[in-house]
Design a protein around this ligand. Structure first.
Ligand code: GDP
Ligand code: MG
Length: 164
């Protein structure tokens, strides 16, 4: 409690979490990942969607030209995904930590309990996406949830609840 008698909550943070097509295609893995999210975060929004190839290309434009880009773009538009806006303290770091390393063999050997370590199939089919910074969380939430007005939504929340 602060000197004014008000409870001093630590700032909550929003991030984007996505269950990728490989994991959505497997009902038990989808359910396991969903439960992990429920246990660790407040779910603010949730939607199932399927990308067209162009969505995939725009979202991953930063990787254009990398050797895995075509495969990545193809994969991410190959079937349904599930996206969430999730909240907690240090949400960005917490979700990235739960996911584990990008590359599946590294995940399996160095973080076997991580989501990618447990359920990842290959470096491309690695189960989940998470924003990696405050800026990318903002951009990526808007990409997946264009109807979600983050700033307006934030204004209606308690002070201390912020995007970032
Ligand atoms: P993330 O933020 O951990 O998802 O990793 P990046 O932003 O570096 O890469 C985006 C996505 O591209 C990853 O999640 C993988 O699906 C894919 N990817 C990244 N690096 C590799 C790689 O070396 N090989 C393959 N096949 N896919 C990769
Ligand atoms: Mg990334």
């Amino acid at each position: 409690r602060s000197s004014t008698g008000m409870t001093c909550a630590k700032a909550l943070q929003l991030t984007l979490a996505v269950i990728k097509p490989d994991a959505v295609a497997h009902p038990l893995i989808l359910e396991a990942l969903h439960q992990k999210i429920v246990e660790n975060f407040i779910i603010i929004r949730k939607k199932d969607l399927t990308w067209r190839r162009g969505d995939s290309e725009r979202f991953y434009a930063e990787h254009a030209g990398r050797f895995f880009y075509q495969r990545l773009v193809e994969f991410m538009s190959s079937g349904p995904m599930r996206a969430y806006i999730i909240a907690r303290e240090d949400a960005i770091t917490h979700w990235r930590g739960m996911m584990g390393p990008t590359k599946v063999f590294r995940a399996r050997y160095t973080s076997p309990d991580s989501l990618r370590g447990q359920y990842g199939l290959t470096d491309t089919r690695n189960t989940t996406h998470g924003s990696d910074s405050i800026e990318s969380a903002r951009r990526e939430i808007a990409f997946f949830f264009p109807e979600f007005l983050a700033d307006t939504w934030m204004k209606m929340e308690e002070p201390g609840f912020r995007l970032g």
